[in-house]
Design a binder for this molecule. Sequence first.
Ligand SMILES: Cc1ncc(COP(=O)(O)O)c(C=O)c1O
Length: 393
Amino acid sequence: MNAPVPPQLPPDEVFDWLDAEAEKRAGAGLTRKLRPRPAVDHELDLAGNDYLGLARDKRVAGAAAAAALRWGAGATGSRTGSGSLELHTELEHELARFCGAQAALVFSSGFTANLGAITALSGADAAIVTDKHLHPALIEGCRLSRADVAAVAHATPSAIKHALATRRKPRALVVTDAVFSADGDLAALGELAGACRAHGAALLVNDALGFGVLGEGGRGAVHAAGLAGAPDVVTTVTLANSLGAQGGAVLGPRRVIRHLAESARSFLFDTALAPGSAAAALAALGVLRAEPALAAKAIDAAGNIAGHLKAAGFRVELPEAAVVSVRVPSPEVAVSWAEACAEQGVRVGCLRPPSVPDGVCRLRITARADLTESDVDKAVKVLSATAPHGATS
Ligand SMILES: Cc1ncc(COP(=O)(O)O)c(C=O)c1O
């Protein structure tokens, strides 16, 4: 059989296929629009990830500004080139000390930290076993890994155990979120660690939603599960959520961190974290150490919002961390509800595929440690007043 002849397209038609893709997304209710916000924002922001309200804290933002003036606007190179700063080392040391890990490695984002950790700790002679509700950063890491990947039913440790027991590859890595993005529920970390130990596997936990809010003084879900410092557990975090900064990190055994620093491609071939972001994360960590009650305040605020919404009849689970998820029947309803809230001065998140698994849509309401009772009242009133038909049970 002859190979199909490639179409001869004029240059201005080469990207015509993108219009069809955009139409497909529109038909499925998955169009995404950017809504730039002004520096002085009059909306109540319940869509960001600034759980502790530290992004605009003067100690944190001031540290970023001072570091940019002292070290420069950018790191100027990769960590193995000219970009490694004493600031990075100090941040790594403090992160590891705070979380009880042997060592830490800072990346330019949580996304690159997850890509780097998953790919460098798996490979073609490994099996990866995951939960189907993983954050997209983890899914991309698994796709790039060249490992055999088994994604099992959500929150089903027995399925993880089965996949580990029946794998065809000698090495295995279980990859999970600590707190799942879609519903804000917690992974059974103790049970997963037990399964890994029974089957000679390592456990990688993405604690993006738990770090800063769960565990003693915000030390995270891995610390709370008694797994900090374990020889077979690796944790990833973003510095952009609870710390209100930017960047990501991997925490774990010293030999894992060394391996990542020498082989994780999203570490080696990426410009190092900007000095301002590293300094902001360090300052935020200092604030969290000095004010450990911030973590519980964020959790309490989430529980308060969820309790009010549940009482108003919305389909809400009581949250395990700082995010509250409200079930919504379709992507279109999620978008129009979030837009109606924004028109009334309350910004909420809108979770549609591929942020969450197909068929699952949510409004995401993010609590913050600095929310007042009147903020919570306003949020509940606006969500109730704008609720679409079918949003309550
Ligand atoms: C819940 C969640 N949000 C965001 C991110 C991405 O982090 P960042 O924004 O630092 O890239 C991750 C992980 O990569 C995550 O798990």
